[in-house]
Design a protein around this ligand. Structure first.
Ligand code: GLA
Length: 353
């Protein structure tokens, strides 16, 4: 087990950005940047024991600042979309940046948590390397009410699980929805698209979206639709189906309503890549998961280590509250109130078969 701190680069104003490497003794090694708390690299063995990098990343701080896509990043205050960049809370209307095509507020706004440098602390706790990241978001930042303190702990276990534990507290009520936006490719980042991956999502229904990719408020059973992943299904088999929801989003980019049992973590998704044999299981405390098949990735993007990424070269499983919850009283509430702790715990577990 090890936890190593390196220099990654600097912001234009000179502020340093660090890159941590967490490694265990079973071949899992993760690099995390203090810029956006982003997972920059994740090495894990396949069936043949050979490690490969399974996440899309960039080589430099400049690329993380300028090249969009939220690669690997921690996203907040509100991950995903808030319609018209506006919500009402306790009789007051709050205006947020409309940073997605001047329509929606997306992933926390113009300078969300994905683009801030987090304070870092190495927290070696017993046998597990733990990286602590924290930031303070002042009252009014990006239009949100309340002074918010956030901390995220990344840790690796011997059984090849990467745990992400989020906590937060606030002094005024505000919607809070934190997630991680890593793009995975279990065959190796840059090796091709993810259409051959088999996906299983533990959900009987999803929240259909309109052309702005905002939920309509409907809860629709997945049965009989190309969004049915209750049993493992190859992503590419139905992604091109003539089905309105897939056409609107240009592929998979939807919120699944997770089947949960009780409090704590439950299984959200399981992904299997048949050539490498790699498997990734995702467990979470959250009510939903956005499965995004990388439909907005460009045809050619210079990626980490000389690799070129393309359209649908990575998939995201963003564990979350449902999109636009602040405007949807019928959805589970995402409001964090003073005196309460926000807690979210998501685990990505790697193995092979
Ligand atoms: C999320 C959204 C997508 C897209 C990506 C970032 O997954 O649901 O529509 O905005 O983030 O490109």
């Amino acid at each position: 087990m090890s936890l190593i701190k390196d220099t990654f680069g600097n912001l234009p104003d000179g502020a340093p950005v660090h890159l941590y490497t967490l490694a265990n003794e079973n071949g899992l090694a993760v690099k995390i940047s203090t810029l956006g708390g982003a997972v920059v690299e994740l090495q894990a063995p396949g069936r043949d024991g050979k490690p490969d990098n399974l996440v899309l990343g960039y080589d430099t701080v400049d690329e993380y600042l300028n090249n969009g896509g939220y690669l690997g990043a921690l996203v907040g205050r509100y991950a995903n979309r808030i319609g018209d960049g506006r919500f009402e809370l306790n009789g007051k209307t709050y205006e947020l940046a409309r940073n997605e095509k001047d329509i929606n507020h997306l992933h926390g706004g113009k300078l969300g948590f994905s683009h801030r440098v987090w304070r870092d602390e190495a927290l070696n706790q017993g046998p597990e390397p733990v990286l602590g990241l924290s930031l303070h978001s002042p009252d009014g930042e990006e239009g949100y009410p309340g002074s918010l303190s956030v901390s995220v702990h990344y840790s690796l276990t011997q059984n090849n699980a990467l745990h992400i534990r989020y906590s937060a507290s606030i002094d005024r009520p505000c919607p809070v929805n934190l997630t991680n936006h890593t793009y995975f490719n279990l065959a190796g980042a840059g090796s091709g698209d993810v259409l051959n991956h088999e996906m299983q999502i533990n959900a009987d229904s999803f929240t259909p979206c309109d052309e702005k990719l905002l939920p309509t408020g409907e809860f629709r059973p997945v049965a009989g639709t190309p969004l049915d992943f209750r049993r493992p299904a190859v992503i590419g088999d139905r992604i091109g189906d003539d089905y309105g929801q897939l056409k609107k989003a240009g592929g998979y980019d939807h919120n699944w309503v997770l089947n949960r049992n009780g409090e704590g973590q439950s299984l959200a998704a399981r992904v299997h890549e048949p050539v490498s044999g790699r498997v990734m299981e995702v467990f979470t405390t959250e009510p939903g998961v956005q499965f995004y098949s990388g439909n907005f990735l460009p045809r050619a993007l210079a990626g980490r280590g000389g690799k070129t990424y393309g359209w649908r070269f990575g998939l995201c499983l963003e564990t979350q509250h449902y999109p636009d919850s602040p405007n949807r009283p019928e959805f589970p509430s995402s409001i964090l109130n003073p005196g309460h702790d926000y807690n979210q715990h998501t685990t990505f577990k790697f193995s092979s078969q």
